[in-house]
Design a protein. Sequence first.
Length: 758
Amino acid sequence: MTIPCTVKVRVIKILLCILLLCTTLSTPTTVPVGTFRSECHERHFWLFVRSGPILGPMSRFDVQDHQGVHFLSGRKATECGYTMLFNHHGDLVFRASFLACHVNNQGDSEFRLKVWLVTRQVNGRDLGYPFLLHCSAQWPWGFRELVCEESYMEVSIKGPVPAALHSGQKKKEVGKRGMMFHRPGHTKEEVRPRTMTEASALGYHISESGSRIILRCPYSSPLSYTIKEKGVELEVVNATILYPHQGKVLAIDATVACSMNEATVDGAHLLWPVPHVLSPLVHGRFRDRGMRIGVETLALNESVIKDRGYEISLRDGVVEVSVPFGAEGTHVKSGVLEGQYSQSLSVDLFYMHQWEDDRWPLTQHRSFRFLKTAYVPRTPTLTDNTISSQKVFSVSLGVFPPDVSLHNVTGGCEGDTLSWVQVPYPNGSHSYQLHAPFSHPSVLQKYVDGGYRRYTLPLTFSLTISPNGEVFYHNATIVSDVQEQTEPPRLEGKCTERGLLMLLHYGAQERRWELFLGDRRLDWELVEMGGFTVETEEDYFSVEIPFYSPAMTYEEVSLQGVVGRLEVSVVDIDTLKMENSLIHRCTFRVRELLVCLPEGRMVVVTDTSRTIPPTQPKRTTLLDPSCVPQETDSVRALFNFSLDSCGTIATVEGNFLIYENQVLYPKELITMDDPPFHRDSPYRLTIQCRYPAIDTGIVSIEHPVNPTFALSPMLPLKHTRREASRSGQYVAVVCVAIVVMGAIIAATVKMLCCPIKM
């Protein structure tokens, strides 16, 4: 069964006035956010210190109680229930049992611990970071609970209810406490009762916390022994605590057993087996009450276990935990063994199993194991994604953990360097992708049977492992056979002053092709309607598409110009198979422009330099004075607004919706002398968009053109006079309607500049 655990954690900085015994510390005023993290998990305090400069060259933990500050040496940490280690992220982890020495236990339900992290700085000064850790027991204590930690074993038993004793009696009874140890083939000397002082000298530490009696000892203690249980090695301490109680001496079974096996590798998985029944701890009939696992402080439910690819199985009396390489919560470290790339997997695993038997109402057995496999050779995965018809080698190498980086890739006999790209993944791993055309100098070619040409690309990948800079190589040869045939048609796009030039290079094959512009087939009707210029040469065909053509798609309008895009494809007439395609973009510079967009927006670029004196673009507005230019330069202004804003006036004319606005220039009134006069030239530009009432899916563009251009008479031209005050200049304007869905609908766009009466 699964025991719900809701953890409440508080971390409170201790007041700076606390005095540390024997050491004077400086306390930093600021600490980077996220440096410290504390949690309560499985009867333990957890404190994480992120790796970085804050740790300094040397770090230690001290604990404090009402008697003062206590330095945690390695031995004292083992005797008292403390664990300090670095995890695979390089973070410092401090873990303390709720029943550890110097923990304030309030009724076996509330636990507090004062901790100091002391770091030695480069200048020799010590910095102290104080914490008050507070945790609550979120479920009742078992009658017996065992812990297998990294450096010690612990068993705690619910003690007998103590009678009311005066201090003298209590000291007398404590003085009578002792221990007995039992081992297979033991001698009378080993079995004899030992005093608490003798037991402590051997590394067996007896203490009490709240209502519980605790035995704690390091691994490989003098009176421990090992056995094999279902092929798994167990370390056992078979101990009895002699506990005086109400004039009698109670013999309390304090046996503890821990699995000592390391993780192994099975293919691409880490395996950690543990006996389902620990026979030294079970008496009579065994009744399983469930198990659970976790990673660091995160307990994993069945759904998370499945999502991460973890597995827990029971076979032949052995519980086996399986963790895949690279799974979430694990860490993969790379290395080189005998010149071959290798990997080691580590995971900070928590395992809890609980049961009942004829002697113990409930036993909970917890293991905290930082599991790490030996380095195992791993051949990097190379995936050939080459599609022969595209005549480009496409290769991916990986996935690799973050500590591997690709130095270079060489190909062919000459060792030419090839380019690659790194592809990152959310879990921090990455792979590498390489693309090389069949025409690359590193690619070897030869004819083979059956009318095929074989393309071969020898590759050598040079990779390094950080931080030690180890180097390893991976060699591979990619082969692709292509049926020999003439080159398919090839498309090429170029930008011209008039528009966009598309070239179709035939190749030598005698096949019939059709050219499509977007979804419209290129025929003479489209050529005449769009004013295309077509040329046919011996080895290529070219068509020049004017900027204002129904085949052109407009992607962006700014003062820098209009970005036009043309999609071209070549289709085999016989098979209707698309043999090649190309998307080409060109930026066309414009001085003035009006665009009516299908989503109900108007974009205007207007030139204000034709007035005398010239109008300042940045001072122009629309009918709504709050609508100012989106972009300006020294002579032009760009407005981009929706048709239902900026004072736009909508009218209906037949089957068309007319939207009209004006670009205005507010005049500055000079009142130095009578009568007052305006210092600025009057300016008003009327802009108008016309949409069919039943369809707004068109784009209309109006732009002044050079009168010397020879435009096809098939283009719908509309000349609109533009008049600038005091200048008398007139500009020809072309209006072209481009239909988004492919049909061409005439639209009227009117630009008018005229003087304003005063």
